[in-house]
Design a protein around this ligand. Structure first.
Ligand code: GLY
Ligand code: MN
Ligand code: MN
Length: 337
């Protein structure tokens, strides 16, 4: 199998650079790197032989496939570009079949080891510490983008290498945008502020959302918040091994539907997290695959009322043999500032 997706390469061979192609076979594993990375690859990789990608990665790869006498190779259909597919086809004799596969390494990655879970815990810890550090700065008069800048600075100060995605700070009517990137909008009194943020420390991502309120929440604000909070809690209390992804989604969605807000919750209720922010297992209404012990994923329902504002609460959980453990240890009660 040819592996080109970097998180998969990192998972299999511990390579952390930005360009690589791997060949996985019963006759050996090979990692093709260009001259920027051959020394680094020799130092950090495991379970593979590093070779220089000369004259190009595709040609070195094709030469190796021929030299090993392989009759067919699988490629990662979700990631291999058409350009690379045709290059590979051009350099391989017709007798070598190229087969389209998806999700093979991703399926392995979905179930975490103890070390991976510990790393996710560490990353989450620094992420919520950084959030605590910016709370005093979140007040009427500050721009969303300044809240994001402060938060990203604190993430780095607390040990993050970088944010795991563009920080979301969405206030007032903008909080109804599920992915409202921090804008020039100035925070005002009596509005929700959805802050969705995360970081990479050593390769594993965190992803946390908390919704704050500035001023005095109305009874509608409180009702919307309470509904999302109870949906998260319900899903966290009832998630257990062998449920289908769609059943976990259902646990949160059902509660929001019963409260009459079903049409205002459009996205899936969660996603796996690890070397990538979004990875298997996916928790959404059409997901038939079953979760199992030591899968790690987010639970993040929301209610988004157009022109009025929205609420999302996002935790990361780990499936245990009897239920699930919430890894995000940060209050979910409404923070009123
Ligand atoms: N921050 C993106 C997400 O929650 O999925
Ligand atoms: Mn998420
Ligand atoms: Mn998020």
């Amino acid at each position: 199998m040819v592996i080109g997706h970097l998180p998969n390469i990192r998972y299999l061979f511990a390579f952390t650079g930005s360009t690589a192609t791997a060949l996985l076979s019963a006759r050996g594993n090979f990692l093709f790197l260009d001259s920027r990375y051959t020394i680094q690859g020799g130092q950090e990789t495991v379970a593979c032989t590093v070779e220089e990608a000369l004259p190009s990665a595709d040609e070195a790869l094709a030469r190796k496939i021929i030299a090993l006498g392989l009759r067919s190779v699988a490629v990662e259909g979700a990631y291999l570009t058409l350009n690379r597919f045709y290059a590979l086809r051009k350099h391989l004799p017709r007798r070598v079949a190229i087969r389209h596969r998806t999700g093979i390494v991703e399926g392995l990655r979905a179930v975490k080891t103890i070390d991976e879970i510990e790393e996710i815990r560490r990353t989450l810890r620094l992420t919520t510490q950084a959030f605590d550090a910016i709370i005093p700065a979140v007040k009427p008069g500050i721009r969303e983008r300044d809240v994001a800048a402060e938060l990203e600075y604190q993430l780095r100060k607390h040990g993050a290498r970088k944010p795991s995605f563009d920080t979301i700070v969405a206030s007032g009517a903008r909080s109804a945008l599920p992915h409202g990137l921090a804008s020039d909008k100035v925070l005002q009194k009596n509005e929700f502020v959805v802050i969705d943020f995360g970081a990479y420390r050593e390769g594993y991502a965190s992803d946390v959302t908390r919704t704050l309120f500035l001023g005095k929440p109305s009874s509608e604000h409180r009702k919307v918040y309470r509904t999302v909070l109870d949906a998260v809690r319900r899903a966290e209390e009832r998630t257990r091994p062998a449920l289908k992804g769609r059943s976990v989604d259902r646990l949160a969605r059902e509660h929001i539907e019963k409260a009459g807000f079903g049409v205002y919750f459009g996205h899936g209720a969660g996603h796996g997290i690890g070397l990538e922010v979004h990875e298997a297992p996916f928790i959404h209404p059409r997901q038939e695959e079953r979760i199992c012990t030591d899968m790690v994923f987010t639970i993040e329902p929301g209610i988004y009322l157009p022109d009025r504002g929205g609420v999302r609460i996002e935790d990361i959980v780990r499936v245990t043999p009897s239920g699930c453990e919430v890894l995000t240890s940060y209050t979910k009660e409404l923070i009123v500032l």
